[in-house]
Design a protein around this ligand. Structure first.
Ligand code: AMP
Ligand code: GLY
Length: 427
């Protein structure tokens, strides 16, 4: 077993900075490495020169340095089998193997599991032949949803208002391969109407603990308009995620999913993140992710009172039974600061100016890079600025106060994060 209380966090976004921040608040933690990290994580620990998907490089490094725990942030290395490779070397890893990560990496695998376990989800068909896909699409009312089967960085989903739009999306995915191999298979599914909710559970493959419900804001513009993004802000707990609703999600969705994985001999240790639509008929699964959400992590971790080391370590060891999660009574909100032109064509390289820190807030870096002159923009989502307090209004006020202390050329962000819960914008 590796050196106790040392952690390798794989990834370099706001989610990984937030995890490092959370580990860093635990006085027992002696060392944190990030691969590759960003300018913010460099202030908490050591950034390693490995891409998150460099499975060989990371495996060689971890075998030599033997960190006490490895936490894999993004989906790509999980789907590429990083957790399997590290476990084979006797390391403690939080994150499913490639078999479990298919829940996120293959929408048709996910749908097959949901249907066979009778878990509520949109009706769908999956196709490798374009003509058959179009025939099925024509038989389904519009709007309908066309999805590339594989990983497409959150972009492989088209909501088609007409059958012509659906046929065009099918052609672009299957014939033109606009999402590469991810589009060799497509899923066509019924459109679900309602409000979206992210529910994260930490699991050791047998037991699971459910974290507070969170809401993301996927569209770039105010009032949920404009292009889809990786997420422009989030808050938790979402008022819609009542204890009764979370119990229903645990019993009807999360536990049957775990049972379905176990039936397929998949030992799943990591995050089960259900992207749900709250429909009139109850919560239905839109997708599963095999890792923490980004920016949801940036609001969930500041609320978490249970040390991350204890929670993720117990899941990695298969010893989650009896573990409970304690979260604070308050609420948190995070606002993503984006580069100009994001998400279509972000403009990068501009210097970032930081003012005063604000109490009960944290600035989690994502697309940032340090050089001799300071910190510069290096990615579309530049930072996630989180505020927390006794209620969501306090969290929002602190988050936006902290945002006002940061500036770079062309910076943009949504003024209305939390509008569903707060019913009015702060603008
Ligand atoms: P996914 O990657 O499957 O979560 O899809 C990305 C986004 O597309 C979701 O967050 C929803 O906003 C939307 N979406 C996906 N599937 C559906 C559906 N069946 N009905 C309505 N919206 C959907
Ligand atoms: N917040 C959306 C995601 O992490 O996929």
């Amino acid at each position: 077993m590796g050196d106790a209380y040392t952690v390798l966090i794989v990834g370099g976004g706001g989610r990984e900075h937030a995890m490092g921040w959370s580990f860093g608040r635990d006085p027992r933690i002696r060392k944190i490495w990030f691969a590759p990290g960003n300018a913010g994580t460099a202030q908490l620990g050591t950034n390693l020169p490995f891409a998150a998907t460099d499975v060989d490089g990371l495996t060689r490094w971890a075998e030599k340095e033997r960190p006490g725990l490895v936490v894999v942030g993004p989906e790509a290395p999980l789907c590429a089998g990083l957790a399997d490779r590290l476990r084979a070397k006797g390391l403690r890893v939080f994150g499913p193997g490639a078999d479990g990560a298919r829940l996120e990496g293959s929408k048709s695998f996910c749908k097959e599991l949901l249907v066979s376990e009778k878990i509520p989800t949109a009706k769908a068909g999956s196709f490798t032949d374009e003509k058959e896909a179009v025939r099925f699409s024509t038989s389904l009312p519009c709007p309908q949803v066309v999805k590339a089967d594989g990983l497409a960085a959150g972009k492989g989903v088209v909501i088609a208002e007409t059958h012509e739009q659906a046929a065009k999306a099918i052609h672009e995915m299957m014939a033109d391969r606009v999402f590469g191999e991810a589009g060799s298979k497509v899923l066509i599914e019924e459109f679900l109407d309602g409000e979206e909710l992210s529910v994260h559970a930490v699991t050791d493959g047998k037991n699971l603990v459910v974290l507070p419900g969170a809401q993301d804001h996927k569209r770039v513009g105010e009032g949920d308009t404009g292009l889809n993004t990786g997420g422009m802000g989030a808050y938790a707990p979402a008022p819609k995620a009542t204890p009764d609703l979370l119990r229903e999600v645990k019993e009807k969705i999360l536990q049957p999913t775990l049972a379905g994985l176990a039936k397929r001999n998949i030992d799943y240790r990591g995050v089960l993140y259900a992207g749900l639509m709250l429909t009139k008929e109850g919560p239905k699964v839109l997708e599963f992710n095999a890792r923490f959400g980004d920016p949801e992590t940036e609001v969930l971790l500041p609320l978490l009172e249970t040390p991350l080391w204890d929670l993720l370590g117990a899941a990695a060891d298969g010893k989650l039974r009896g573990t409970t999660v304690r979260t604070g009574a308050g609420a948190a909100m995070t606002v993503v600061l984006a580069a100009p032109g994001y998400p279509a064509q972000p403009v990068l390289g501009q210097p970032i100016r930081f003012g005063q820190g604000v109490a009960d807030s944290a600035v989690f870096h994502a697309g940032t890079k340090a050089d001799k002159e300071g910190i510069r923009v290096s990615g579309g989502r530049v930072m996630a600025v989180t505020g927390w307090g006794s209620n969501l209004e306090n969290g929002r006020d602190r988050a936006y106060a902290a945002v006002r202390e940061i500036c770079f050329e062309g910076m943009h962000y949504r003024q209305d994060i939390g509008h569903r819960a707060l019913r009015k914008s702060v603008a």
